[in-house]
Ligand binder design. Structure first.
Ligand code: G6P
Length: 372
């Protein structure tokens, strides 16, 4: 009903709008007054966590993209090797697991059969499993050793939005907690990031306030067949997520690429007026990556692409090459997906509407897939 949708036309619009609160709620009570993480719910002892020599993340769909981003954070802040695998592939390749492997299963519903089978396999090998889940008491957390709940609230639209942002928050919390427990050389950076996380919900809010030009652009592209997405570092999984959203909702051919791979193949796809969304990393910090992606934008534009550039406020280097420029607030590189994903969700949702598609119930898809 209209009331359930809180005055929005679709659950997806409501859920996109709820993201600042979902992010804040997922952080609530998990950072103490001293700025340390208190993840008491992770009932895996500090000594066990110190023994972990490998992290393996399993998930499907959008949750898998959260896992890909988590890998960058976990390896950077903890120096523990981290693999991310599609849950449906995991147990069939005889993965190397033992009691020192920490397996993280990410699932909004907690009922995805592929993810459940992957975690069962991991537990049979003696690994500890930590679930990141949005649904209290669902099967995946019940069968795991520990659970960190995301507090997105019920997500009704099939295409995941607010659950994804909260999965990212939960992944960052786990990464920072592992770093904190194990005492890495990134101690100061970890404290700074914990402070940044506490402010991030306001940044998501700011992105939402500036989305009208993105909706207009989406409507103008309703007749297109293909949209490509490029990113680097954590922007690469963001590009994959942007493409997935467009497939799910707009039924368009959409692909995400690592920008560095362009020259190894995808650049052959560029033709006149092809829309290409580029997620640009911050010019601060890893500035080499920033400069490389700016050259990628120049290269594709020289070949006729219509460039849609998602870049940090104050990043002037991209301006001459952006046919459309979407600004996101200044954010530490590893946290940028929390703000950079939002315009891509809005873009896909509006394109779907413009194409006359059913936004909340895309064809052929189910909210939770309980078969393998
Ligand atoms: C289904 C949904 C996707 C979702 C995936 C994983 O395919 O359509 O939106 O990302 O399942 O769902 P989960 O509940 O495990 O996060």
């Amino acid at each position: 009903s209209a009331a359930e949708k809180g005055g929005y036309d679709y659950f997806m619009l409501k859920e996109i709008a709820e993201q600042p609160k979902a992010v804040a709620d997922t952080l609530l009570g998990r950072i103490d007054a001293a700025g340390s993480l208190t993840l008491d719910e992770v009932r895996i002892s500090a000594s066990e966590l110190r023994e972990v020599d490998k992290v393996v993340i399993v998930a499907c769909g959008t949750a898998f993209h959260a896992g890909l981003i988590a890998k960058y954070a976990i390896e950077h802040w903890t120096r523990i090797p981290c693999e991310v695998e599609l849950a449906s592939e995991f147990r069939y390749r005889d993965p190397i697991l033992d009691s020192r492997s920490l397996v993280i299963a990410i699932s909004q519903s907690g009922e995805t059969m592929d993810t459940l089978m992957a975690l069962r396999h991991a537990r049979e090998q003696g690994s500890k499993v930590l679930a990141i889940c949005n649904t209290n008491g669902s099967t995946i957390p019940r069968e795991s050793d520990a659970v960190l709940y995301t507090h997105a609230g019920p997500e009704v639209a099939v295409a995941s939005t607010k659950a994804f942002l909260t999965q990212l928050v939960a992944c960052y919390l786990v990464a920072l907690y592992l770093g904190q427990v194990r005492g890495t050389k990134w101690g100061d950076e970890i404290s700074a990031v914990i402070r940044d996380l506490a402010r991030i919900s306001g940044s998501v809010e700011r992105v939402l306030e500036t989305m009208e030009p993105v909706r207009e652009l989406a409507r103008s592209l309703a007749g297109k067949d293909t949209v490509l997405f490029l990113g680097r570092h954590v922007g690469y999984p963001v590009a994959l997520e942007g493409a997935l959203k467009l497939k799910e909702l707009a039924y368009m051919h959409a692909e995400g690429f690592a920008a560095g791979e362009l020259k190894h193949g995808p650049i052959a796809l560029i033709e006149d007026d092809l829309p290409v969304v580029v997620v640009v990393p911050s010019p601060r910090g890893r500035s080499v990556l920033h400069d490389k992606i700016v050259s990628n934008i120049q290269e594709i534009r020289a070949r006729g692409a219509r460039t849609i550039v998602i870049a940090e406020e104050g990043d002037e280097a991209v301006v001459p090459y952006a046919d459309h420029l979407v600004r996101v607030p200044v954010t530490p590189t590893l946290l940028q997906p929390l703000v950079a994903t939002v315009p891509l969700q809005v873009f896909a949702c509006e394109l779907a509407t413009a194409r006359g598609n059913e936004v909340d119930q895309p064809r052929n898809l189910a909210k939770s897939v309980t078969v393998e």
